[in-house]
Design a binder for this molecule. Sequence first.
Ligand code: CP
Ligand code: NVA
Length: 306
Amino acid sequence: MKKDLLKMDDLSKEEILDILNLADQLKYEQKHGIEHPHLKGKSLGMIFEKSSTRTRVSFETGMYQLGGNSLFLTDRDLQIGRGEPIEDTARVLSRFIQGIMIRTFSQDEVEKLAKYASIPIINGLTDEEHPCQVLADLMTIRENKNILEGLKVAFIGDGHNMANSLMIGCLKVGMNFAIASPKNYTASEKYLSRAKEIAEKEGVQFTITTSPSEAAKNADVVITDVWASMGREDESAERLKAFEGFQVNKELMEVADKSAMVLHCLPAHRGEEISAEVLEEHANSIFDESENRLHAQKAVLVKLMK
Ligand code: CP
Ligand code: NVA
């Protein structure tokens, strides 16, 4: 049976760790000029209904390095943009290519694509989830700290796609997780209750708060994301007000562990969710995190498409 990556919860703890191990190996091989054409002759369709720098370039070069190729498909060019149903697009593309990565708004659309396609579907970001980013984040944390289990991750900001996938991913691999969001911008009950369930099963701590410093206290990793995600730009002004005090800056980092890492999926808005100073101080890990999109996604592609 085909396997999809539609959301972080599609992966078990073992599957996450398996992907991270393969990602480390592929990164090593790439750095040492060892070719790994696991997907020779295979094609990945990449449907984009939102902008992207990292996701597009990492999937495209990743497929090339795996010996396959990729097709950059936007809703402006596809018949989807003129109303062809996703059910039909799924069945047509399944006859030509061996996998699809999709970046769009609605999670339901991605679930529907997966239901009708006979090939693996990978979520490259929806309003609910960003699982590929979280795999890269976990890879980066493990590279830096050597372990995942028992560390504390603090997410400061919007209870949107990044927060959802991070909560599920981090808790599953045995990390403690604290999320601080302003009232009215917390993650949905669906994600919070699933996160509580996982935390209980793993025996780790899960904290939901409106206080950034409570979340960041003694954290080993502090993560943030933009306040107005793609598709919500018209709410920027009101969000700027609502998220006052939620910036990851020097003052907040003082309560975190002394050797805490800072991660940001990027693009970043300096002076809003993160200060320029903190971003630059942690640029090494933040740009490693970007690079690791390539390696982590290559591992996902191999696991799903080989
Ligand atoms: N972090 C991330 O997904 O970046 P892009 O929007 O540039 O793909
Ligand atoms: N939350 C952000 C992530 C961008 C990679 C967005 O959806 O725009």
